[in-house]
Design a protein around this ligand. Structure first.
Ligand code: ZN
Ligand code: ZN
Ligand code: ZN
Ligand code: ZN
Length: 339
């Protein structure tokens, strides 16, 4: 396995939300801190990127693979520039080829409905931005444009715009409780459906919020698993090279430790001096069949695999739950429109 590059370390600290790992060619020059979601120009002057194996070229859009964290030119992997924003998770061709059973597929975010409803949705001129959370549109502009378009269609089919306007403009005002005093003086409170819908929408929105938080938590966990996998591979390589046990104590680091020291850990392997562990602090100097740690490589990898599987299952469950909720939101909305 190759020595970790800056891009790798950077990518691991960046959010797993892929919008941050996309580097548009038109991006303005970073002013102060380097963008964590882009290859470091200084350290990687000679590093070769992408399937085309060329040096870093700031004029070309790049995207990082969510498995190997290597960077690829969007052009070389046939992702049109106008589609880059829509990518949720990207997997590079080599990773897909190397893991035929992992079912790695590049996934896309839900696209702005104004773009999807465009007469030619494949045209780069149609909106290709992802829809905002809780919305079908990327922006208010697109939402208004699409509504306007639909009203025009409605009018062309003989609908009465004024009537439509009258029907919708008071929609918000229909809230408020209706109290019926019955003959026996008991009071019956009728909650107007609008109010109920409003409450239901709030509830669904909160559920989506919760899902988002859980997803972020799981993503962080998966990032840390990625770090751990890298450390195992680096430590194994070192152990083999030096013919020692090579167990790295930092494999026991907690998630918090990783969040704090993660990058530094992998950096200690970048150093040529890694063969000499002066302080003797991290690596077990014992024989390859050291009794305390024998077989640590495969044991640790198995553990990680299990944890990863659990987290990915949880993510998949969240995704279907989210889909369910979005469907309910849509139903609630179209219900109000069609009433
Ligand atoms: Zn390329
Ligand atoms: Zn890859
Ligand atoms: Zn849009
Ligand atoms: Zn040992």
């Amino acid at each position: 396995s190759a020595a970790p590059s800056r891009a790798v370390s950077n990518a691991a600290t960046a959010s797993r939300s892929r919008s941050t790992s996309v580097l548009p060619a038109t991006a303005p020059e970073p002013t102060e801190e380097p963008d964590p979601g882009q290859p470091d120009k200084e350290d990687d002057k000679d590093k070769l990127y992408c399937v085309c194996e060329t040096k870093y070229d700031e004029d070309k859009s790049m995207i990082a693979c969510d498995k190997c964290d290597e960077w690829y030119h969007t052009q070389c992997i046939n992702i049109p520039d106008h589609q880059v924003d829509l990518i949720d998770q990207f997997f590079c061709p080599p990773c897909i080829a190397k893991n035929p059973n992992a079912d790695l597929k590049t996934t896309y975010k839900t696209r702005c409905l104004y773009g999807l409803d465009h007469p030619d949705p494949t045209s780069p001129k149609s909106c290709h931005k992802p829809a905002r959370a809780f919305s079908k549109y990327c922006s208010d502009e697109c939402g208004v444009s699409n509504l306007r378009k639909r009203i025009d269609v409605f009018a062309k089919k003989g609908g009465d715009k004024d009537e439509l306007w009258q029907a919708v403009k008071n929609a918000e005002k229909r809230q408020g409780l209706v109290k019926c005093v019955k003959d026996d003086h008991s009071v019956q409170v009728i909650t107007p459906t609008q109010g109920v819908k409003h409450k239901e929408m709030n509830r669904l929105d909160r559920l989506l919020d919760d899902i988002q938080k859980m997803r972020e938590e799981l993503d962080r966990g998966l990032d840390i698993i990625l770090w751990r996998e890298k450390l195992i591979s680096l430590a194994s390589g070192r152990a083999e090279k030096l013919s020692t046990c090579g167990w790295d104590q930092r494999l026991c680091f907690s998630d918090e430790d990783w969040a704090e020291y993660g990058e530094g850990v992998l950096d200690t392997y970048e150093d040529q001096a890694m063969e000499v562990d002066e302080e003797g602090e991290w690596w077990c100097p014992g024989n390859p069949d050291c009794e305390r740690h024998c077989g640590w490589q495969s044991l640790r990898l198995k553990e990680l695999d299990k944890e990863k599987g659990r987290k990915e299952d949880a993510l998949a469950r969240l995704t279907s739950k989210e889909r369910e909720i979005r469907k309910r939101i849509e139903d609630t909305i179209s219900d109000s429109i069609n009433r």
